[in-house]
Design a protein around this ligand. Structure first.
Ligand code: AMP
Ligand code: MG
Length: 497
């Protein structure tokens, strides 16, 4: 069904190691035809990173390629198989139900990247789904991925969004779209679970060896427990970064956790407004399993599922294997706390290490909770307090200020131990406490303008602002303002299906 076009009109230089080396881990599959592909969004900066000649891309041929209608030379489209624990329940066979991996390219930094179409039609893993995606959720994924990237958080990114020219049917008919996703790889904890749950130990070993070569080359030749520890370290670091900017993933199923350590699947994700660890935005997360404050615990739970898949490789003696895995999983807490504390010290303006720093950080957040303070602005305005102006910080409180009033002088005394100029401390703090993040009510507004009124200017402006989240400036001021309490109260997110 797909046309193959001559080389030179697209410049992907594919080198498809997953497809070549992991026979049995995917199904060969073609995209469904899109009736009338039309450009919606193209990520020039990312295209440059991939070494693409971007001048040829804004063409109709480009739209045909990124809708799946035309197969670029060297692409071998596959749907990858995986399993996964979804909200704690195991599904033995999920797989790419609406995605196709076109192949891998080596970017300009020498890094191998997956190029994947999402929303390109049914695959052998679609179950009852249509394999399609609506334009709104695909633009949301584009926006959130870019925001995370510019915040400095490891993430998959979107290269393109193309409208397909057909409707997809959800509660109502919605315009369909295909997103092109770029990822370090799409190997998930669920990929390991798929083979382990079938007792296919040889496939688990092949996958582990492949993953080590691709993402943990420093561990080649070491024992598999080192691999488990490496994966744990990366996830601990990732989730600590989320916690520092108030990011709530929303659907941390094991099939949405990548071995590369990148954030993936921006379905129901959202950023905190005021600090409350129990915050949940997702309409399907009834019990708050993936609440903001639960994310480290869930990451550890997912990693335990990962370690279980490798048990037969850890030791011939199964008791010993369980012991090794348990010790590794238990080390998550310490690794996470260390990563979190390192970041928290920087957020608080601290370079020295003092014993009570973790407590000081947590007490600041307790004060934010009591005071119903906006999470992002409270951290941001703490830099002014470092320069002896507590007014901007105090202005973001909407509730009880007893705790923050008691906390500020203690933090000031701790800062005094730093023996650094206040301006220098404040400047360092502003480099790690963002001024803008994609605020939920604004995300909804710009997506509504794009999908309902076909007006992409607000989305493009927001993307422009989010390219530089750490600089306070006039052009970003409106984006930095918290939602009104009515806007914040009704915010709900939905899965992008
Ligand atoms: P997600 O919630 O996007 O992580 O997807 C969970 C699983 O559902 C994956 O196996 C997806 O491929 C599958 N899935 C999600 N949406 C669709 C769809 N529209 N058609 C087919 N499969 C889907
Ligand atoms: Mg997923």
């Amino acid at each position: 069904m797909n046309k193959i076009i001559e080389a030179n009109s697209m410049q992907f230089k594919f080198d498809n190691s997953y497809q070549r080396e992991l026979d049995g881990f995917y199904a060969l599959c073609q995209a469904e035809a899109a009736p009338a592909p039309r450009w919606v969004k193209f990520n020039h900066a990312l295209a440059e990173e991939l070494g693409l000649r971007t001048e040829e891309i804004d063409t109709q041929e480009g739209a045909e390629i990124f809708s799946g209608n035309i197969l670029p030379p060297g692409a071998v489209p596959i749907a990858q198989v995986y399993a996964g624990h979804q909200f704690g329940n195991f599904s033995p066979r999920l797989g790419d139900g609406r995605a196709l991996l076109l192949g891998e390219v080596i970017d300009r930094m020498g890094k191998r990247r997956d190029i994947q179409l999402k929303g390109s039609g049914r695959t052998p893993f679609s179950r009852s789904g249509d394999g399609k995606a609506a334009i709104g959720p695909m633009l949301r994924e584009y926006l959130m991925g870019e925001a995370m990237y510019h915040l400095g958080i490891p993430t998959t990114r979107a290269l393109a969004v193309v409208a397909t020219g057909e409707f997809v049917y959800r509660d109502t008919p919605l315009p369909g779209a295909v997103l092109t996703r770029v990822a370090a790889s799409h190997i998930r904890i669920g990929t390991f679970e798929y083979f382990a749950s079938r007792n296919d130990i040889e496939s688990v070993r092949r996958l582990a060896d492949y993953t080590i070569r691709r993402h943990y080359p420093e561990l080649i030749g070491k024992s598999y427990i080192e691999f488990v520890l490496g994966v744990i370290a990366r996830q601990a670091e990732l989730v600590a970064r989320w916690m520092c900017v108030g990011f709530i993933h929303g659907v941390m199923n094991t099939d949405n956790m990548l071995l590369s350590g990148e954030t993936i699947d921006y379905g129901p994700c959202a950023f905190l407004e005021h600090y409350d660890p129990a915050t949940v935005f997702s309409s399907i997360d009834h019990k708050g399993r993936y609440a903001f404050g639960n994310q480290p615990t869930i990451a550890q739970w997912n990693l335990a599922r990962f370690a279980e898949t490798l048990l037969p490789l850890l030791d011939k003696d199964s008791d010993r294997a369980v012991q090794l895995a348990t010790e590794a999983i238990n080390s998550f807490s310490e690794q996470y706390e260390n990563a979190w504390l390192t970041m928290m010290r920087r957020k608080l303006g601290l370079e020295r290490i003092e014993t009570d720093d973790a407590k000081l950080a947590q007490e600041f957040m307790d004060a934010l909770q009591d005071g119903h303070a906006d999470f992002i602005l409270a951290w941001r305005n703490l830099a002014d307090a470092a320069e002896f102006n507590p007014v901007p910080l105090r202005s973001v409180f909407r509730g009880d200020m007893a705790k923050i009033d008691e906390w500020l002088p203690r933090w000031q005394s701790r800062l005094a131990l730093e023996k650094r100029a206040a301006a220098e401390i404040a400047a360092d703090m502003r480099r790690v406490n963002p001024y803008v993040i994609p605020r939920n009510h604004l995300v909804e507004q710009v997506l509504e303008a794009a999908t309902i009124n076909n007006d992409f200017a607000p989305l493009n402006q927001m993307l422009e602002v989010l390219r530089d989240p750490y600089t306070e400036r006039e052009a970003a001021r409106l984006y930095a303002e918290p939602a009104s309490s009515e806007q914040a109260a009704c915010h709900r997110t939905f899965c992008g299906t």
